[in-house]
Design a protein around this ligand. Structure first.
Ligand code: ATP
Ligand code: MG
Length: 590
Protein backbone atom coordinates (compact mmCIF):
# COMPACT_ATOMS: atom_id res chain seq x y z
CA UNK A 1 0.00 0.00 0.00
CA UNK A 2 1.42 3.41 -0.89
CA UNK A 3 1.85 5.49 2.27
CA UNK A 4 1.08 9.16 2.71
CA UNK A 5 4.28 10.74 1.47
CA UNK A 6 6.10 13.82 0.33
CA UNK A 7 3.93 14.39 -2.73
CA UNK A 8 0.73 14.59 -0.73
CA UNK A 9 2.29 16.74 1.98
CA UNK A 10 3.60 19.17 -0.64
CA UNK A 11 0.19 19.31 -2.28
CA UNK A 12 -1.52 20.11 1.02
CA UNK A 13 1.07 22.72 1.88
CA UNK A 14 0.79 24.37 -1.52
CA UNK A 15 -2.97 24.49 -1.09
CA UNK A 16 -2.96 26.20 2.31
CA UNK A 17 0.14 28.34 1.88
CA UNK A 18 -1.77 31.35 0.53
CA UNK A 19 -3.96 31.18 3.65
CA UNK A 20 -1.13 31.15 6.16
CA UNK A 21 -1.93 34.58 7.64
CA UNK A 22 -5.54 33.71 8.25
CA UNK A 23 -4.47 30.31 9.56
CA UNK A 24 -2.09 31.95 12.03
CA UNK A 25 -4.90 34.25 13.19
CA UNK A 26 -7.26 31.35 13.67
CA UNK A 27 -4.72 29.34 15.61
CA UNK A 28 -4.02 32.41 17.78
CA UNK A 29 -7.70 32.71 18.71
CA UNK A 30 -7.82 28.99 19.30
CA UNK A 31 -5.00 29.16 21.84
CA UNK A 32 -6.71 31.94 23.78
CA UNK A 33 -9.88 29.82 23.86
CA UNK A 34 -7.81 26.89 25.12
CA UNK A 35 -6.23 28.89 27.93
CA UNK A 36 -9.70 29.93 29.05
CA UNK A 37 -10.97 26.36 28.96
CA UNK A 38 -7.90 25.25 30.87
CA UNK A 39 -8.66 27.81 33.58
CA UNK A 40 -12.24 26.62 34.11
CA UNK A 41 -11.62 23.43 36.20
CA UNK A 42 -9.03 25.30 38.26
CA UNK A 43 -11.65 28.01 38.97
CA UNK A 44 -14.14 25.31 39.95
CA UNK A 45 -11.63 23.84 42.38
CA UNK A 46 -10.84 27.31 43.73
CA UNK A 47 -14.56 27.93 44.26
CA UNK A 48 -15.07 24.66 46.17
CA UNK A 49 -11.97 25.18 48.33
CA UNK A 50 -13.03 28.78 49.07
CA UNK A 51 -16.48 27.56 50.08
CA UNK A 52 -14.97 24.90 52.39
CA UNK A 53 -12.67 27.56 53.87
CA UNK A 54 -15.78 29.65 54.61
CA UNK A 55 -14.90 32.64 52.45
CA UNK A 56 -17.58 35.36 52.22
CA UNK A 57 -20.49 34.93 49.81
CA UNK A 58 -19.63 37.92 47.60
CA UNK A 59 -16.15 36.48 47.04
CA UNK A 60 -17.70 33.20 45.91
CA UNK A 61 -20.16 35.13 43.72
CA UNK A 62 -17.27 36.93 42.04
CA UNK A 63 -15.59 33.58 41.22
CA UNK A 64 -18.90 32.28 39.86
CA UNK A 65 -19.44 35.35 37.67
CA UNK A 66 -15.85 35.18 36.38
CA UNK A 67 -16.38 31.47 35.63
CA UNK A 68 -19.45 32.23 33.54
CA UNK A 69 -17.65 35.06 31.72
CA UNK A 70 -14.67 32.82 30.95
CA UNK A 71 -16.96 30.04 29.68
CA UNK A 72 -18.90 32.47 27.49
CA UNK A 73 -15.77 34.05 26.00
CA UNK A 74 -14.30 30.62 25.28
CA UNK A 75 -17.47 29.65 23.40
CA UNK A 76 -17.51 32.85 21.37
CA UNK A 77 -13.86 32.42 20.46
CA UNK A 78 -14.50 28.81 19.48
CA UNK A 79 -17.32 29.96 17.25
CA UNK A 80 -15.09 32.52 15.51
CA UNK A 81 -12.43 29.86 15.05
CA UNK A 82 -14.92 27.52 13.40
CA UNK A 83 -16.24 30.29 11.15
CA UNK A 84 -12.73 31.27 10.08
CA UNK A 85 -11.67 27.67 9.53
CA UNK A 86 -14.67 26.86 7.34
CA UNK A 87 -14.04 29.96 5.26
CA UNK A 88 -10.37 29.18 4.90
CA UNK A 89 -11.02 25.61 3.88
CA UNK A 90 -13.51 26.71 1.24
CA UNK A 91 -11.03 29.01 -0.35
CA UNK A 92 -8.21 26.47 -0.23
CA UNK A 93 -10.53 23.72 -1.48
CA UNK A 94 -11.68 25.78 -4.42
CA UNK A 95 -8.10 26.57 -5.33
CA UNK A 96 -7.36 22.85 -5.41
CA UNK A 97 -10.53 22.10 -7.41
CA UNK A 98 -9.44 24.64 -9.96
CA UNK A 99 -5.97 23.12 -10.21
CA UNK A 100 -7.33 19.61 -10.61
CA UNK A 101 -9.91 20.67 -13.20
CA UNK A 102 -7.29 22.49 -15.21
CA UNK A 103 -5.02 19.47 -15.18
CA UNK A 104 -7.82 17.03 -16.02
CA UNK A 105 -8.89 19.19 -18.95
CA UNK A 106 -5.39 19.07 -20.35
CA UNK A 107 -5.12 15.29 -20.14
CA UNK A 108 -5.42 13.44 -23.41
CA UNK A 109 -8.53 11.75 -24.75
CA UNK A 110 -7.17 8.32 -23.88
CA UNK A 111 -7.13 9.22 -20.20
CA UNK A 112 -10.66 10.56 -20.39
CA UNK A 113 -11.69 7.39 -22.17
CA UNK A 114 -10.50 5.38 -19.17
CA UNK A 115 -12.21 7.64 -16.60
CA UNK A 116 -15.94 8.24 -16.67
CA UNK A 117 -17.24 11.77 -16.03
CA UNK A 118 -18.68 10.60 -12.71
CA UNK A 119 -15.30 9.31 -11.59
CA UNK A 120 -13.80 12.64 -12.48
CA UNK A 121 -16.46 14.51 -10.53
CA UNK A 122 -15.85 12.29 -7.51
CA UNK A 123 -12.12 12.89 -7.82
CA UNK A 124 -12.30 16.64 -8.21
CA UNK A 125 -15.29 17.40 -6.02
CA UNK A 126 -15.61 14.45 -3.64
CA UNK A 127 -11.95 14.15 -2.78
CA UNK A 128 -11.47 17.88 -2.45
CA UNK A 129 -14.54 18.04 -0.22
CA UNK A 130 -12.86 15.51 2.04
CA UNK A 131 -9.74 17.65 2.07
CA UNK A 132 -11.73 20.80 2.79
CA UNK A 133 -13.39 19.11 5.75
CA UNK A 134 -9.89 18.19 6.83
CA UNK A 135 -8.79 21.82 6.76
CA UNK A 136 -11.91 23.06 8.51
CA UNK A 137 -12.21 20.49 11.28
CA UNK A 138 -9.09 18.46 11.61
CA UNK A 139 -6.15 20.79 11.20
CA UNK A 140 -7.38 23.47 13.59
CA UNK A 141 -9.03 21.10 16.06
CA UNK A 142 -6.22 18.59 16.15
CA UNK A 143 -3.69 21.33 16.78
CA UNK A 144 -6.02 22.86 19.35
CA UNK A 145 -6.84 19.64 21.11
CA UNK A 146 -3.25 18.49 21.32
CA UNK A 147 -2.38 21.85 22.87
CA UNK A 148 -5.32 21.55 25.26
CA UNK A 149 -4.11 18.13 26.37
CA UNK A 150 -0.58 19.33 26.95
CA UNK A 151 -1.95 22.24 28.97
CA UNK A 152 -4.16 20.02 31.11
CA UNK A 153 -1.40 17.52 31.79
CA UNK A 154 0.92 20.34 32.86
CA UNK A 155 -1.66 21.75 35.28
CA UNK A 156 -2.32 18.24 36.60
CA UNK A 157 1.43 17.80 37.24
CA UNK A 158 1.54 21.09 39.14
CA UNK A 159 -1.36 19.95 41.35
CA UNK A 160 0.17 16.54 41.99
CA UNK A 161 2.94 14.69 40.11
CA UNK A 162 1.42 11.25 40.66
CA UNK A 163 -1.99 12.38 39.33
CA UNK A 164 -0.24 14.06 36.40
CA UNK A 165 1.65 10.83 35.67
CA UNK A 166 -1.60 8.85 35.73
CA UNK A 167 -3.20 11.20 33.21
CA UNK A 168 -0.11 11.08 30.96
CA UNK A 169 -0.21 7.29 31.05
CA UNK A 170 -3.90 7.26 30.11
CA UNK A 171 -3.28 9.66 27.22
CA UNK A 172 -0.31 7.70 25.88
CA UNK A 173 -2.20 4.38 25.93
CA UNK A 174 -5.21 6.02 24.24
CA UNK A 175 -3.08 7.74 21.61
CA UNK A 176 -1.14 4.55 20.81
CA UNK A 177 -4.35 2.60 20.29
CA UNK A 178 -5.63 5.34 17.99
CA UNK A 179 -2.47 5.61 15.91
CA UNK A 180 -2.43 1.85 15.36
CA UNK A 181 -6.03 1.71 14.25
CA UNK A 182 -5.77 4.84 12.15
CA UNK A 183 -3.26 3.35 9.73
CA UNK A 184 -5.29 0.16 9.53
CA UNK A 185 -8.32 2.10 8.31
CA UNK A 186 -6.71 4.05 5.42
CA UNK A 187 -6.91 1.29 2.75
CA UNK A 188 -10.52 0.63 3.73
CA UNK A 189 -11.31 4.32 3.23
CA UNK A 190 -9.64 4.26 -0.12
CA UNK A 191 -11.63 1.22 -1.22
CA UNK A 192 -14.79 3.00 -0.10
CA UNK A 193 -14.07 6.07 -2.20
CA UNK A 194 -13.14 3.97 -5.21
CA UNK A 195 -16.39 2.00 -4.93
CA UNK A 196 -18.31 5.29 -4.73
CA UNK A 197 -16.50 6.65 -7.77
CA UNK A 198 -17.50 3.59 -9.78
CA UNK A 199 -21.09 3.78 -8.51
CA UNK A 200 -21.49 7.44 -9.48
CA UNK A 201 -19.59 7.02 -12.72
CA UNK A 202 -21.89 4.20 -13.82
CA UNK A 203 -24.95 6.08 -12.70
CA UNK A 204 -23.92 9.15 -14.67
CA UNK A 205 -23.29 7.10 -17.77
CA UNK A 206 -26.59 5.25 -17.48
CA UNK A 207 -28.54 8.47 -16.98
CA UNK A 208 -26.76 10.00 -19.96
CA UNK A 209 -27.77 7.07 -22.13
CA UNK A 210 -31.29 6.79 -20.73
CA UNK A 211 -32.93 7.03 -24.10
CA UNK A 212 -30.83 4.24 -25.61
CA UNK A 213 -31.26 2.06 -22.53
CA UNK A 214 -35.03 2.39 -22.67
CA UNK A 215 -35.22 1.91 -26.39
CA UNK A 216 -33.14 -1.25 -26.24
CA UNK A 217 -34.79 -2.70 -23.15
CA UNK A 218 -31.51 -2.71 -21.24
CA UNK A 219 -33.18 -1.23 -18.14
CA UNK A 220 -33.02 -4.46 -16.15
CA UNK A 221 -29.34 -4.84 -16.86
CA UNK A 222 -28.69 -1.24 -15.77
CA UNK A 223 -30.64 -1.73 -12.55
CA UNK A 224 -28.77 -4.95 -11.85
CA UNK A 225 -25.46 -3.12 -12.29
CA UNK A 226 -26.68 -0.42 -9.96
CA UNK A 227 -27.50 -3.03 -7.32
CA UNK A 228 -24.10 -4.69 -7.64
CA UNK A 229 -22.32 -1.36 -7.45
CA UNK A 230 -24.25 -0.03 -4.49
CA UNK A 231 -23.80 -3.34 -2.68
CA UNK A 232 -20.04 -3.00 -3.13
CA UNK A 233 -20.19 0.60 -1.98
CA UNK A 234 -22.08 -0.47 1.16
CA UNK A 235 -19.67 -3.31 1.93
CA UNK A 236 -16.60 -1.11 1.63
CA UNK A 237 -18.28 1.64 3.69
CA UNK A 238 -19.08 -0.89 6.40
CA UNK A 239 -15.55 -2.21 6.75
CA UNK A 240 -14.19 1.34 6.73
CA UNK A 241 -16.66 2.27 9.48
CA UNK A 242 -15.72 -0.81 11.54
CA UNK A 243 -12.05 0.03 11.44
CA UNK A 244 -12.50 3.78 11.80
CA UNK A 245 -15.12 3.84 14.57
CA UNK A 246 -13.47 0.95 16.38
CA UNK A 247 -10.58 3.21 17.32
CA UNK A 248 -13.06 5.76 18.70
CA UNK A 249 -14.74 3.19 20.97
CA UNK A 250 -11.47 1.81 22.32
CA UNK A 251 -10.26 5.31 23.20
CA UNK A 252 -13.52 6.07 25.02
CA UNK A 253 -13.13 2.99 27.21
CA UNK A 254 -9.47 3.81 27.94
CA UNK A 255 -10.38 7.26 29.15
CA UNK A 256 -13.29 6.07 31.26
CA UNK A 257 -10.86 3.81 33.11
CA UNK A 258 -8.45 6.73 33.43
CA UNK A 259 -11.12 8.96 34.98
CA UNK A 260 -12.14 6.38 37.56
CA UNK A 261 -8.49 5.80 38.47
CA UNK A 262 -7.92 9.56 38.82
CA UNK A 263 -10.91 9.91 41.14
CA UNK A 264 -9.72 6.98 43.28
CA UNK A 265 -6.18 8.39 43.39
CA UNK A 266 -7.60 11.83 44.29
CA UNK A 267 -9.35 10.47 47.35
CA UNK A 268 -6.24 8.60 48.50
CA UNK A 269 -4.18 11.81 48.09
CA UNK A 270 -6.82 13.84 49.94
CA UNK A 271 -6.83 11.29 52.76
CA UNK A 272 -3.10 11.94 53.17
CA UNK A 273 -3.74 15.69 53.06
CA UNK A 274 -1.67 16.05 49.89
CA UNK A 275 -4.42 17.75 47.87
CA UNK A 276 -7.59 19.69 48.66
CA UNK A 277 -11.12 18.60 47.71
CA UNK A 278 -11.18 21.40 45.14
CA UNK A 279 -8.00 20.04 43.58
CA UNK A 280 -9.47 16.51 43.45
CA UNK A 281 -12.45 18.02 41.69
CA UNK A 282 -10.19 19.90 39.23
CA UNK A 283 -8.14 16.75 38.55
CA UNK A 284 -11.29 14.76 37.92
CA UNK A 285 -12.59 17.45 35.54
CA UNK A 286 -9.24 17.41 33.72
CA UNK A 287 -9.31 13.64 33.39
CA UNK A 288 -12.80 13.94 31.95
CA UNK A 289 -11.80 16.81 29.71
CA UNK A 290 -8.80 14.84 28.56
CA UNK A 291 -11.23 12.38 27.05
CA UNK A 292 -12.94 14.96 24.90
CA UNK A 293 -9.92 16.13 22.86
CA UNK A 294 -8.85 12.56 22.16
CA UNK A 295 -12.41 11.66 21.22
CA UNK A 296 -12.44 14.66 18.94
CA UNK A 297 -9.13 13.63 17.45
CA UNK A 298 -10.50 10.12 16.92
CA UNK A 299 -13.64 11.53 15.35
CA UNK A 300 -11.55 13.67 13.07
CA UNK A 301 -9.21 10.82 12.26
CA UNK A 302 -12.12 9.55 10.22
CA UNK A 303 -11.98 12.77 8.23
CA UNK A 304 -8.21 12.60 8.29
CA UNK A 305 -8.35 9.15 6.73
CA UNK A 306 -10.69 10.41 4.05
CA UNK A 307 -8.50 13.44 3.54
CA UNK A 308 -5.37 11.31 3.26
CA UNK A 309 -7.06 9.12 0.68
CA UNK A 310 -8.33 12.25 -1.09
CA UNK A 311 -4.92 13.90 -1.01
CA UNK A 312 -3.28 10.79 -2.34
CA UNK A 313 -5.69 10.57 -5.24
CA UNK A 314 -5.58 14.29 -5.93
CA UNK A 315 -1.80 14.21 -6.09
CA UNK A 316 -2.00 11.10 -8.25
CA UNK A 317 -4.24 12.96 -10.67
CA UNK A 318 -1.94 15.97 -10.65
CA UNK A 319 1.09 13.79 -11.26
CA UNK A 320 -0.54 12.06 -14.23
CA UNK A 321 1.81 13.13 -16.96
CA UNK A 322 0.29 15.02 -19.82
CA UNK A 323 0.63 12.64 -22.76
CA UNK A 324 -0.12 15.59 -25.01
CA UNK A 325 2.44 18.08 -23.76
CA UNK A 326 3.16 21.52 -25.14
CA UNK A 327 5.90 21.78 -27.72
CA UNK A 328 8.37 24.67 -27.71
CA UNK A 329 7.00 26.55 -30.72
CA UNK A 330 4.26 29.16 -30.71
CA UNK A 331 1.93 30.46 -33.40
CA UNK A 332 4.71 32.43 -35.11
CA UNK A 333 6.46 29.20 -36.16
CA UNK A 334 3.62 28.58 -38.62
CA UNK A 335 3.21 30.37 -41.96
CA UNK A 336 0.14 32.60 -42.15
CA UNK A 337 -2.94 31.64 -44.14
CA UNK A 338 -4.06 28.17 -45.17
CA UNK A 339 -1.64 25.48 -43.96
CA UNK A 340 -0.31 22.31 -45.55
CA UNK A 341 -1.03 18.99 -43.83
CA UNK A 342 1.50 16.16 -43.98
CA UNK A 343 1.30 12.66 -42.59
CA UNK A 344 4.75 11.10 -42.77
CA UNK A 345 4.55 7.32 -42.45
CA UNK A 346 2.09 7.57 -39.57
CA UNK A 347 0.94 4.57 -37.60
CA UNK A 348 -1.48 4.87 -34.73
CA UNK A 349 -2.96 2.52 -32.16
CA UNK A 350 -5.52 3.67 -29.59
CA UNK A 351 -4.39 3.05 -26.02
CA UNK A 352 -5.47 -0.43 -25.04
CA UNK A 353 -6.62 -1.38 -28.54
CA UNK A 354 -5.20 -4.61 -29.93
CA UNK A 355 -5.10 -3.44 -33.52
CA UNK A 356 -3.68 -0.32 -35.09
CA UNK A 357 -6.26 2.16 -36.38
CA UNK A 358 -3.80 3.58 -38.92
CA UNK A 359 -0.87 1.94 -40.74
CA UNK A 360 1.86 3.64 -42.78
CA UNK A 361 -0.19 6.69 -43.67
CA UNK A 362 1.65 8.98 -46.05
CA UNK A 363 -0.52 11.88 -47.02
CA UNK A 364 0.50 15.29 -48.28
CA UNK A 365 -2.04 18.03 -48.69
CA UNK A 366 -1.12 21.41 -50.16
CA UNK A 367 -2.31 24.62 -48.43
CA UNK A 368 -5.87 25.56 -49.34
CA UNK A 369 -6.75 22.14 -50.77
CA UNK A 370 -10.12 20.63 -49.89
CA UNK A 371 -9.82 16.89 -49.47
CA UNK A 372 -12.74 14.52 -49.22
CA UNK A 373 -12.10 11.44 -47.10
CA UNK A 374 -14.19 8.39 -47.74
CA UNK A 375 -14.08 4.83 -46.53
CA UNK A 376 -16.05 2.25 -44.64
CA UNK A 377 -17.18 2.78 -41.10
CA UNK A 378 -14.28 2.10 -38.72
CA UNK A 379 -11.68 2.56 -41.46
CA UNK A 380 -9.91 5.38 -39.61
CA UNK A 381 -11.31 8.59 -41.13
CA UNK A 382 -12.13 10.31 -37.85
CA UNK A 383 -8.80 9.16 -36.45
CA UNK A 384 -6.93 11.07 -39.17
CA UNK A 385 -8.58 14.30 -38.05
CA UNK A 386 -7.89 13.60 -34.39
CA UNK A 387 -4.17 13.29 -35.08
CA UNK A 388 -4.11 16.68 -36.81
CA UNK A 389 -5.73 18.32 -33.80
CA UNK A 390 -3.50 16.29 -31.47
CA UNK A 391 -6.34 14.79 -29.53
CA UNK A 392 -4.00 11.83 -29.79
CA UNK A 393 -0.37 11.57 -30.85
CA UNK A 394 0.80 9.33 -33.67
CA UNK A 395 2.37 6.12 -32.38
CA UNK A 396 4.90 6.17 -35.23
CA UNK A 397 5.83 8.76 -37.82
CA UNK A 398 4.80 12.38 -37.61
CA UNK A 399 2.00 14.72 -38.48
CA UNK A 400 2.93 18.22 -39.64
CA UNK A 401 0.90 21.32 -40.31
CA UNK A 402 2.48 24.17 -42.23
CA UNK A 403 5.66 22.07 -42.24
CA UNK A 404 5.90 21.97 -38.42
CA UNK A 405 5.52 18.74 -36.43
CA UNK A 406 2.36 19.15 -34.33
CA UNK A 407 4.28 17.85 -31.30
CA UNK A 408 6.64 20.83 -31.57
CA UNK A 409 3.79 23.31 -31.22
CA UNK A 410 2.14 24.66 -28.12
CA UNK A 411 -1.17 22.83 -27.92
CA UNK A 412 -3.12 26.09 -27.66
CA UNK A 413 -1.36 27.51 -30.73
CA UNK A 414 -2.12 24.37 -32.70
CA UNK A 415 -5.76 24.46 -31.74
CA UNK A 416 -6.05 28.12 -32.66
CA UNK A 417 -5.09 27.19 -36.20
CA UNK A 418 -7.07 23.96 -36.54
CA UNK A 419 -10.82 23.58 -35.97
CA UNK A 420 -12.74 20.36 -35.93
CA UNK A 421 -16.46 20.06 -36.44
CA UNK A 422 -17.30 16.59 -35.22
CA UNK A 423 -19.95 14.03 -36.00
CA UNK A 424 -21.76 14.69 -32.74
CA UNK A 425 -22.15 18.37 -32.07
CA UNK A 426 -21.68 19.27 -28.43
CA UNK A 427 -23.90 22.13 -27.34
CA UNK A 428 -23.82 23.42 -23.80
CA UNK A 429 -26.64 24.42 -21.50
CA UNK A 430 -25.92 28.07 -21.64
CA UNK A 431 -26.67 31.10 -23.82
CA UNK A 432 -26.29 31.08 -27.57
CA UNK A 433 -23.56 33.68 -27.08
CA UNK A 434 -21.51 31.40 -24.82
CA UNK A 435 -22.11 28.41 -27.06
CA UNK A 436 -20.60 30.30 -29.96
CA UNK A 437 -17.71 31.94 -28.14
CA UNK A 438 -17.06 28.82 -26.05
CA UNK A 439 -17.70 30.73 -22.82
CA UNK A 440 -15.85 33.76 -24.05
CA UNK A 441 -12.62 31.96 -24.93
CA UNK A 442 -13.00 33.35 -28.46
CA UNK A 443 -13.96 36.94 -27.78
CA UNK A 444 -16.31 38.40 -30.38
CA UNK A 445 -18.69 41.33 -30.65
CA UNK A 446 -22.42 40.77 -31.03
CA UNK A 447 -22.15 42.00 -34.62
CA UNK A 448 -19.52 39.36 -35.39
CA UNK A 449 -21.72 36.69 -33.85
CA UNK A 450 -24.69 37.78 -35.93
CA UNK A 451 -22.48 37.78 -39.00
CA UNK A 452 -21.31 34.18 -38.55
CA UNK A 453 -24.89 33.09 -37.89
CA UNK A 454 -25.80 34.78 -41.15
CA UNK A 455 -22.91 33.15 -43.01
CA UNK A 456 -24.03 29.66 -42.01
CA UNK A 457 -27.62 30.44 -42.96
CA UNK A 458 -29.05 30.47 -39.45
CA UNK A 459 -30.55 33.98 -39.76
CA UNK A 460 -34.16 32.82 -40.07
CA UNK A 461 -33.74 30.51 -37.12
CA UNK A 462 -32.01 33.29 -35.16
CA UNK A 463 -34.82 35.76 -35.96
CA UNK A 464 -37.24 33.42 -34.19
CA UNK A 465 -35.19 33.39 -30.98
CA UNK A 466 -36.89 35.97 -28.77
CA UNK A 467 -33.89 36.45 -26.51
CA UNK A 468 -31.41 36.91 -29.35
CA UNK A 469 -27.89 35.97 -28.36
CA UNK A 470 -29.05 35.44 -24.77
CA UNK A 471 -31.31 32.59 -25.87
CA UNK A 472 -30.70 29.63 -23.61
CA UNK A 473 -29.60 26.57 -25.52
CA UNK A 474 -30.60 23.58 -23.43
CA UNK A 475 -28.23 21.02 -24.88
CA UNK A 476 -28.17 19.45 -28.31
CA UNK A 477 -31.72 18.10 -27.91
CA UNK A 478 -33.32 21.54 -28.18
CA UNK A 479 -32.16 22.03 -31.77
CA UNK A 480 -32.71 19.93 -34.83
CA UNK A 481 -29.68 17.93 -36.00
CA UNK A 482 -29.25 20.32 -38.92
CA UNK A 483 -29.44 23.44 -36.77
CA UNK A 484 -26.95 21.96 -34.34
CA UNK A 485 -24.55 21.27 -37.21
CA UNK A 486 -24.94 24.81 -38.51
CA UNK A 487 -24.32 26.20 -35.04
CA UNK A 488 -21.14 24.14 -34.87
CA UNK A 489 -20.09 25.63 -38.21
CA UNK A 490 -20.74 29.12 -36.88
CA UNK A 491 -18.59 28.28 -33.87
CA UNK A 492 -15.77 27.08 -36.14
CA UNK A 493 -16.07 30.15 -38.37
CA UNK A 494 -15.71 32.37 -35.36
CA UNK A 495 -12.46 30.62 -34.45
CA UNK A 496 -11.17 31.58 -37.92
CA UNK A 497 -8.87 28.56 -38.30
CA UNK A 498 -6.50 27.81 -41.18
CA UNK A 499 -7.27 24.11 -41.24
CA UNK A 500 -10.79 22.76 -40.90
CA UNK A 501 -11.52 19.13 -40.20
CA UNK A 502 -15.13 18.38 -40.93
CA UNK A 503 -16.51 15.08 -39.74
CA UNK A 504 -19.88 14.79 -41.39
CA UNK A 505 -22.84 13.78 -39.30
CA UNK A 506 -23.98 10.38 -40.45
CA UNK A 507 -27.64 11.17 -39.73
CA UNK A 508 -29.65 12.09 -42.79
CA UNK A 509 -30.92 15.63 -43.05
CA UNK A 510 -33.86 16.93 -45.04
CA UNK A 511 -33.04 18.39 -48.49
CA UNK A 512 -33.58 22.01 -47.39
CA UNK A 513 -31.24 21.69 -44.43
CA UNK A 514 -28.84 19.74 -46.60
CA UNK A 515 -28.72 22.63 -49.05
CA UNK A 516 -28.17 25.10 -46.21
CA UNK A 517 -25.42 22.94 -44.80
CA UNK A 518 -23.71 22.78 -48.16
CA UNK A 519 -23.80 26.58 -48.48
CA UNK A 520 -22.49 26.90 -44.92
CA UNK A 521 -19.73 24.42 -45.69
CA UNK A 522 -18.62 26.62 -48.57
CA UNK A 523 -18.46 29.62 -46.27
CA UNK A 524 -16.53 27.65 -43.68
CA UNK A 525 -13.98 26.15 -46.05
CA UNK A 526 -13.21 29.19 -48.22
CA UNK A 527 -9.52 30.06 -48.11
CA UNK A 528 -8.72 27.21 -45.71
CA UNK A 529 -7.20 23.76 -45.99
CA UNK A 530 -9.91 21.20 -45.31
CA UNK A 531 -10.29 17.52 -44.53
CA UNK A 532 -13.89 16.55 -45.11
CA UNK A 533 -14.94 13.18 -43.85
CA UNK A 534 -18.08 12.34 -45.75
CA UNK A 535 -20.60 9.54 -45.61
CA UNK A 536 -22.61 10.86 -48.53
CA UNK A 537 -20.57 11.28 -51.66
CA UNK A 538 -22.83 14.13 -52.73
CA UNK A 539 -21.20 16.19 -50.01
CA UNK A 540 -17.92 15.92 -51.89
CA UNK A 541 -19.06 17.49 -55.17
CA UNK A 542 -16.85 20.52 -54.65
CA UNK A 543 -13.66 19.05 -53.18
CA UNK A 544 -10.31 19.13 -54.99
CA UNK A 545 -8.99 15.75 -53.95
CA UNK A 546 -10.24 12.44 -52.66
CA UNK A 547 -8.62 10.09 -50.17
CA UNK A 548 -10.04 6.61 -49.86
CA UNK A 549 -9.22 5.00 -46.50
CA UNK A 550 -9.42 1.27 -46.12
CA UNK A 551 -8.74 -0.52 -42.86
CA UNK A 552 -6.38 2.18 -41.65
CA UNK A 553 -4.46 2.56 -44.91
CA UNK A 554 -4.64 5.13 -47.65
CA UNK A 555 -6.01 3.04 -50.50
CA UNK A 556 -6.26 5.88 -52.99
CA UNK A 557 -5.43 9.57 -53.19
CA UNK A 558 -5.86 11.82 -56.20
CA UNK A 559 -7.71 14.65 -57.85
CA UNK A 560 -11.44 14.21 -57.52
CA UNK A 561 -12.23 14.74 -61.20
CA UNK A 562 -9.51 12.33 -62.36
CA UNK A 563 -10.53 9.61 -59.94
CA UNK A 564 -14.17 10.03 -60.95
CA UNK A 565 -13.25 9.69 -64.64
CA UNK A 566 -10.94 6.72 -64.12
CA UNK A 567 -13.31 3.77 -64.34
CA UNK A 568 -10.88 1.51 -62.44
CA UNK A 569 -10.56 3.72 -59.38
CA UNK A 570 -12.14 2.83 -56.05
CA UNK A 571 -13.76 6.22 -55.93
CA UNK A 572 -15.48 5.67 -59.28
CA UNK A 573 -16.72 2.34 -57.96
CA UNK A 574 -18.07 4.08 -54.85
CA UNK A 575 -19.79 6.66 -57.01
CA UNK A 576 -21.35 3.90 -59.07
CA UNK A 577 -22.61 2.16 -55.93
CA UNK A 578 -24.03 5.36 -54.54
CA UNK A 579 -26.00 5.85 -57.74
CA UNK A 580 -24.22 8.93 -59.02
CA UNK A 581 -23.49 8.17 -62.62
CA UNK A 582 -19.87 8.38 -63.72
CA UNK A 583 -20.98 10.02 -66.95
CA UNK A 584 -22.77 12.78 -65.08
CA UNK A 585 -19.64 13.16 -62.96
CA UNK A 586 -17.46 13.58 -66.00
CA UNK A 587 -19.74 16.36 -67.15
CA UNK A 588 -19.33 18.09 -63.79
CA UNK A 589 -15.63 17.45 -63.58
CA UNK A 590 -14.82 18.80 -67.03
P1 ATP B 1 -17.10 6.11 -39.07
O1 ATP B 1 -17.31 6.17 -40.51
O2 ATP B 1 -17.99 5.10 -38.42
O3 ATP B 1 -17.12 7.42 -38.39
P2 ATP B 1 -14.20 6.13 -38.99
O4 ATP B 1 -13.62 5.80 -40.31
O5 ATP B 1 -14.28 7.56 -38.60
O6 ATP B 1 -15.62 5.45 -38.85
P3 ATP B 1 -12.53 5.83 -36.68
O7 ATP B 1 -13.44 6.46 -35.72
O8 ATP B 1 -11.36 6.61 -37.14
O9 ATP B 1 -13.35 5.30 -37.94
O10 ATP B 1 -12.02 4.47 -36.04
C1 ATP B 1 -10.98 3.69 -36.59
C2 ATP B 1 -10.77 2.48 -35.69
O11 ATP B 1 -10.33 2.88 -34.42
C3 ATP B 1 -12.02 1.67 -35.46
O12 ATP B 1 -11.69 0.31 -35.49
C4 ATP B 1 -12.49 2.07 -34.09
O13 ATP B 1 -13.13 1.00 -33.46
C5 ATP B 1 -11.20 2.43 -33.40
N1 ATP B 1 -11.40 3.51 -32.44
C6 ATP B 1 -11.95 4.71 -32.69
N2 ATP B 1 -11.95 5.50 -31.59
C7 ATP B 1 -11.39 4.76 -30.62
C8 ATP B 1 -11.09 5.01 -29.25
N3 ATP B 1 -11.37 6.19 -28.66
N4 ATP B 1 -10.50 4.02 -28.55
C9 ATP B 1 -10.21 2.84 -29.12
N5 ATP B 1 -10.46 2.54 -30.40
C10 ATP B 1 -11.04 3.48 -31.16
MG1 MG C 1 -15.81 8.75 -37.94
Amino acid sequence: MPRFGGHEARLLLATVRPERRQATGIIGLLFIALLLRLAMPAMLGWFVDSAIDGRPADFLTRIAVAYVAVALTAEILQLSVTWGAVNLSWRAGNRLRERLSRHALRLEMGWHGRHSPGQLIERIDGDVEALAVFFANVLVHVVGNVALMIGMLTVAFVIDPIAGGLLVLTSIVGALILVKLRTAAVPAREAEREANAILYGDLEERLGGLEDLKANGAGRYAVHRLHTNSARSWRTARSAAWLGDGSYAVAAVTFAIGSVATLALGFVLHDRNLVSIGQVLALFRYSEMLRQPLERIAEQLKELQKALAGARRASLLLSTELAIADGPLGDEALPSGALAIDFDDVAFTYTGASEAALHHVDLHIAPGTHVGIVGRTGSGKTTLGRLVLRLWDATEGSVRIGGVDVRDLEVAALRRRVSVVTQDVELFRTSLHDNLTMFGSRPATDAELRSVLHQVGLDTWFAHQTDGLDTQVSGAQSLSAGEAQLLAFARALLADPDIVVLDEASSRLDPVTEAKLSAATDALLRGRTALIVAHRLATLDEVDEIVVVDAGRIAEHGSRSELARDGTSRFAALLAVSGIEAAEEEGLGA
